[in-house]
Design a protein around this ligand. Sequence first.
Ligand SMILES: [Zn+2]
Ligand SMILES: [Zn+2]
Length: 359
Amino acid sequence: MTSTGATRLMPAYRINAWLEQPRMVDVPVPEPGPGEVLVAVAANGLCHSDLTMSQIPGEIGAAIGWRVPFTLGHEIAGTVAELGPETADAPPVGTGVALVSPASCGRCSYCLAGRDSACPNGLAGRGYGRDGGLARYVVAPVRALIRLDGLDPVAAAPLTDAGATSYHAVRRVLPVLEPGSTAVVLGAGGLGGFAIQHLKACSPARVVAVDTSKARLVVARELGADDTVVGVGGEPGEAGKVAGLLREASGGGAAAVLDFVGTDATIAAGIGAVRPTGAFGLVGSGGGTLRAPWYGGLPREAEVFTFQGSTIADARAVVALAAAGRIRSLVEVFTLDTVADAYRALDEGALRGRAVVTP
Ligand SMILES: [Zn+2]
Ligand SMILES: [Zn+2]
């Protein structure tokens, strides 16, 4: 390897070994390989999943193709700083970009059909098993770049994961959302807050938000929710009561319910609120079980679906919606040296918006 000078170092917040807490370390500034660019990170959103990554046992990490050490951070926006070889189609140095969060190969049948969120070759990506955005620089393939077109990178970063995943869910239920219909959003946190906005921007449906936190429901109203219901924390009988309230609030049953929590209580309340021929999307990974008893269980002819992540097309669509001023990101900004505080606040549920770190 040839080098034109001393190796440049940068601080990075990373998982250094399996089952170890992440910490700040100085690492070399990466060099873009063929088809890649170096991006100067302007903003990186923190995701709940980051908190659990250091608790993965090494054998499971290795089985899904992750390698330690790696830098955390998978909601990234910044500026193209340097072009690697074979990047004729890359935006020029200086262009503001957001980085598509889910990794995908671009070659398999799912990717070629535009269904890259189902790509079997995308289990490791920037910030999960590879170096991510909690550093001054990160490398990314040209395929992952979305031009910001003037959009603030701090607002853009959370769109790549929280914004795009919730958009993916909303896009799935658009066919059942006719004028006069109701869509229910269970969990009005980061993803739910975006889902409320996507539903208002892209569908004619009335939107009802459900959350255990009254403060989050105040924010849900600000983001466009037409109605709110307090619940469902899982008290005995509460799911049935909330389902009843939701059926009442939607004139007999909701056309679509999107569950961003995924506990036994939210799943039971959500399924109980869906009208026949409606749709229930399970997005949150709260560990709940969807039961299908032979009587009085699932709504008739309703669709039940689940998924993980989002497509490149979803990310492009949400960046365009934000650039047009039709959705917005609620953020709380932290610097890189206070990233541990930001994660603590995230863990304690003390944030009003997405935590975004500006290296
Ligand atoms: Zn995430
Ligand atoms: Zn693929």
